[in-house]
Design a protein around this ligand. Structure first.
Ligand code: PMT
Length: 223
């Protein structure tokens, strides 16, 4: 039978937002819907990969053979789920919009406005999942990250890639119409750690996922 490009490869993915609990009814979060990650998981699975899909709270999940779905809520849970699989993937794709901060304290009962009045929410940093995987990356493993920016230079993207130990970064900008959170489309530039950037036009998230996979294969990232 025909050999698919990702046959025998294990892909570890993160997708969606994380929710950082303030109290039983409130959280700190972001607008990620998981659509970009869903498209990537399906494209990788169709290309023959075994995909472990670690997702924050989202409405739609990827479908199809070869996709194991692990649902988490917070950045710490996503971190644990990823790090416990650090030895068990060939390609990591980090599409999640991970909250960089979490409330220092999760209140056990609902914070009542009448009792508290004005308030300040104390936050502490979450671990960086991409950088943590980058630090323990083995010679056969490759990592593709995303960057969501509002105004950035190619130098800053390269610096982020090096700092986190990534082999590739997919940049999407909130300044481009139809790109980023929630949209059916995305507009990306793909940066390679070996140098080089490729700019793509606005496309459906599925087509963007196909471009990302093609780029991974073109750069011979999986040997
Ligand atoms: O889900 P959709 O609605 O379809 O939207 C898609 C998307 C806009 C969320 C997606 O395309 C995207 O850009 N995801 C990454 C968003 C992001 O958090 O970027 P960042 O520049 O803050 O993070 C850089 C990289 O580090 C990312 O690969 C991120 O997953 C990773 N990271 C960041 C912080 C952290 N604590 N841990 C991480 O692993």
């Amino acid at each position: 039978s025909e050999q698919k490009p990702l046959s025998g490869k294990k892909v570890l993915m993160t997708s969606g937002p994380t929710y950082e609990k303030i109290d039983p009814v409130r959280f700190v979060g972001n607008y990620s819907t998981g659509k970009m990650g869903l498209a990537l998981a399906e494209v990788c699975a169709e290309a023959g990969a075994q995909v472990v899909f670690i997702t924050g709270p989202v409405h739609d999940l990827p479908k199809g053979k070869g996709i194991d779905i692990i649902r988490v809520e917070s950045a710490l849970e996503m971190y644990e789920a990823c790090l416990s699989r650090k030895d068990d993937y060939d390609l990591g794709i980090l599409c999640a919009a991970v909250a960089d901060y979490r409330p220092v304290k999760m209140e056990d009962s609902k914070i009542k406005r009448e009792e508290v009045g004005a308030m300040t929410l104390a936050l502490e940093p979450n671990p960086d999942i991409a950088a943590s995987l980058g630090q323990v990356k083995q010679s056969h493993q490759r990592l593709v990250g995303f960057a969501l920016e509002t105004g950035t230079t190619p130098e800053q993207v390269q610096a982020k890639m090096n700092r986190k130990g990534l082999d590739m970064i997919v940049l999407n900008s909130l300044e481009d119409k139809g790109a980023g959170f929630g949209t059916e489309t995305n507009k990306v530039s793909i940066f390679s750690a070996k140098g080089g950037v490729e700019d793509f036009p606005l496309k459906s998230k599925r087509e963007v996922a196909q471009d990302i996979l093609a780029s991974v294969l073109a750069h011979d990232l999986l040997g």
